[in-house]
Ligand binder design. Sequence first.
Ligand SMILES: Cc1cc2nc3c(=O)[nH]c(=O)nc-3n(C[C@H](O)[C@H](O)[C@H](O)COP(=O)(O)OP(=O)(O)OC[C@H]3O[C@@H](n4cnc5c(N)ncnc54)[C@H](O)[C@@H]3O)c2cc1C
Length: 376
Amino acid sequence: MNSIASKVAVVGSGISGAVCASTLAKNGVSVTLFDSARGPGGRMSRRREISEDGKELLFDHGAPFFSASDDDVLKIVGEWEAKGIVAEWKQSFGAFDFASKGFLNIEQEQASKRYVGVPGMNSICRALSNETGVESKFGVGVGRIEWVDDEKSWSLTSSDGQQLGHFRGVVASDKNIVSRRYTEVTGSPPPLDLSFAPQLVAKLQDIPVIPSFAVMLAFAEPLSSIPVKGISFRNSEILSWAYCDSDKPSRSSTSLFGSERWVLHSTAKYAATVIAETGLKKLSSETLTKVAEQVLSEFQSTGLEIPPPFFMKAHRWGSAFPGASIAAEERCLWFGEKKVAICGDFCVSPNVEGAILSGLAAAAKLSASLSLVHSL
Ligand SMILES: Cc1cc2nc3c(=O)[nH]c(=O)nc-3n(C[C@H](O)[C@H](O)[C@H](O)COP(=O)(O)OP(=O)(O)OC[C@H]3O[C@@H](n4cnc5c(N)ncnc54)[C@H](O)[C@@H]3O)c2cc1C
């Protein structure tokens, strides 16, 4: 099973890559999963912070939860629930209007179930990347993915020049691996040159991205004047969502000390304005502090009695959401001759469910092509 004939590299351990890797492994493929980040999760990551007085604070600073309606996704989510890595977050959400300074509505019943990873959103990707048959390598940015014609295989090199091995197939689960944006951010050419498949290049170029800032806050006391645990905001230029992160299932035991933790999401417009001024380079701590103060100040201007937090920090998501779905029907891009698949939320829909569906589709293409398993 470890021969190159059934070895596949999956680049990216966000939910699409992690689902793809674990599905391939279940189908008997030997998978190596690479991520440039220190741990799995991508935009379902969890952030660990330490406050000035030494409190450990954990935040889901990317996707706060997800919903699902597709039968295949619901089946997988059911399996994750049975394994204890997913739970339903049963709380009321409401819509707050800045124009009238009041709640427009507070939901009596959830329209659809909200699922969270437990104890953190990254728990799902962590469990998938630990499954038998998946070898995971974190802190490894893939810098080059080259086709070796003699061997009919892919050779991977890390961004610091280390040889990462040869693989029969490759899955790229981040559009930056194949797009000009990689060069804008790093100054280097994108790792995978798709010039052998111009039809794919055309689809992948210039996918619009929607940015957001997440502002992580910790309060010494619960915000008891807020009647809900999730708020969507109307008529604000700055604030789009607020979630009580520490209210989610299995969260309180993950903090060594009691505190109520909230995560605020800025509007795309606000984030785009900041990015227009600063570019995509690493932001200074002054800029991040200014963003955190502005977003918090907007939250406080609701009049909802929000005291000063003892911790606050902003995180920029330059591409929080894709602004287009480029393979809504096929669910992933596929070039069979060279066994290369490209998956991610940008293929199907800008959310966790879309990313899961895309990861499943990429795994199905590769499994069938490697002639190991023909049905998933
Ligand atoms: C602030 C915010 C709020 C959100 N809210 C919701 C929500 O309420 N509900 C919902 O369903 N979804 C939400 N989402 C969207 C959701 O998080 C994404 O749709 C989903 O997580 C995307 O998964 P993915 O696998 O496609 O991509 P990603 O999670 O982005 O994974 C790509 C991975 O590839 C890795 N990578 C990239 N290049 C390389 C390289 N060269 N070498 C190695 N590794 C590499 C990255 O480090 C990353 O881990 C939100 C996202 C954000 C940021």
